[in-house]
Design a protein around this ligand. Sequence first.
Ligand code: GDP
Length: 505
Amino acid sequence: MVLADLGRRITSALSDLSKAPVLDGAAIDALLKQVCAALLAADVNVRLVSRLRDAVRKDVADALNTNDKGQAERMTEVQRHNVVQKAIFDQLVALVDPGIEAWVPKKGRANVIMFVGLQGSGKTTSCTKLALYYQKRGFKVGLVCADTFRAGAFDQLKQNASKAGIPFYGSYTESDPVSIAASGVESFKSGKFDVIIVDTSGRHRAETELFREMVEIAEATKPDQTIMVVDASIGQAAEAQAKAFKEAADFGGIFVTKLDGHAKGGGAISAVAATKTPILFLGLGEHVTDLETFRPQPFISKMLGMGDMSGLLEKVQEVQQMQDPKKQQAMLEKIEQGGVFSLRDWREQVGNLMNMGPLSKIAGMIPGLGQMMAGAGGNDEAAGDKMKRMTYILDSMTSAELDSDGSIFYEPRKDALRREKERAAKEEEERSVAVASSSKAEDKKKKKKPKVPVRMNARARRVARGSGTSVREVEEFLMQYRMVAKLVKSMGGKAGWLKQMQGGG
Ligand code: GDP
C-alpha cells in the first residue's frame, strides 16, 4: 500500500492519543511529535512539517477554546479527541493538496497530452498506463513515440502498446523528435482519436535541454496538457523539478511514479503540492494497471487505513465497463426508476473486485480492510482470504436478504427500545431498593436518554453459521457495506454514481 509505513506511524500516534486519559497540551504535543517525526522520515520538507504542526495547533485551539465557553466545556472527551483527529487529517490533506483542479480530457475532440521527464523516471510505462486508463473510459486513444535518442525506446512503447491493445505511431528511421511528434499527432487527429499521448525523450544531461526540447515539441503539437513524470524516490527534490517545470510550461501537471516502493513518496508528493502544480496520477507498480488518479482526501484516507471508497468504486466500474458495458447500462436504467443499492449489488461489486488483480492494493480502498491488511503485512493471501469470507457471507444470504439494504439483519428498533426499557426498569427497581435516599436530580440524570444498542438478529446468526464466519464478522461486513451504500447515495444514487464513473476523470 502507498506509504504504508507513514500511515502506520500516524495511525499508531492517533491511537496512543485515544488512550490518553485526558487530552491536555502535553498529550497533543506528544502526538504532534510522533506525527512530525513520521513525516520527516518520509522525507517531507522540514518547513512543511513545521507549518503542519502550527496549523494543527491552531485548528485545535480554535475548536476547543471557542468563544462559547459553555459549548467547549460541554464537549465530551471523545468529542475533544475527534477535534484533534480531524485537525490532523485536515492538515495532512492540506499538505498534499496543490489546491488546483486537475485537467480532464473532453470527449468529442482531440486531446493531445505530451509526456516529459528524465530518463528512467517511468515515462514510457506511465504513457501506456494513462492510455489504457482513458481507453477503459471509452476514449479512442493513440500513442506516439517521439523518443529518438534511446535505441529501443520505440520498441518498448510498441511492445507495451500492443500488449494493451492501443494503436501507436513511431519510426525506426526518422531522427527528429519534433517531426515525428507532429506527424504522429496529425495522423491520429485525422483518424478521429480523442486522446493522443506523445512520449518524448528524457535523455538529457541537464533539465534546460529537456525543457528546450519540450518547448519545441509543444510548439509543433500544441498539447492540451503536458505531464511531467517524477520519480518518487527523489523525495523532496521533486520541488525543484516541479518548479522548473512550471516555469518552462505553466500548463503542466505531474505524474508521480514508483510510489509503491518508496518511503520517500510523501516527500515527493508534498513537495510538488507546495509548488501548486496539480498532481494528476500516481504510479504504483510496473504493471500497466498500476495507476491511480490523485485526489488529496482519499489519498490521506487510504494512507491512514480509512479506505478510499471513491477509488474503489472507480476500479469496480472500470472492470464492469470492460466485462459487460450492456449490463451496466441495464443496471443504470433499472436504478434510474429509483432503487436502493442493495446487498445483491454489493455482491456483484465484490465479485468484480476478486477479478481485479493484486488484492493487497484493492484492500486498502475498503474502509477497515486496509488496516487489517497492514496487520497481515499487506500480503495478497490475507486480502484474498478476507474477500473470500465476504463472498461466503453473501452466498449464505437468501434472495430477500440480498435485495435488502441490510437492515433486515438487525433487531427492529422497537424491540431494542422495549428491551432497553425493561432493562432500565429493572435497574431502577434494584436501585430504589439499594439507595432509598438518592436525590431526585440525580435520578433524573441517571434516567437521561438510554442508549439503545441495536443487536444482530437470528438471520445474522444463520448467515454467520452458514458462511463459517462469526456474527461479529457479519456485523463488520454489513458496516462496510453501509459505508459503500452511503457513498453511492451521496453521489446521487446508484444512477448518478454510475454516470459519474462513466464520465471518467
Ligand atoms: P523512462 O525512461 O522514463 O521511459 O522509464 P521507463 O518507463 O522505461 O521505466 C523505467 C523503469 O521504472 C522500468 O523498469 C519500469 O518498469 C519502472 N517503473 C515505471 N513506473 C513504475 C512504478 O510506478 N512503480 C515501479 N515499481 N516501477 C515503475
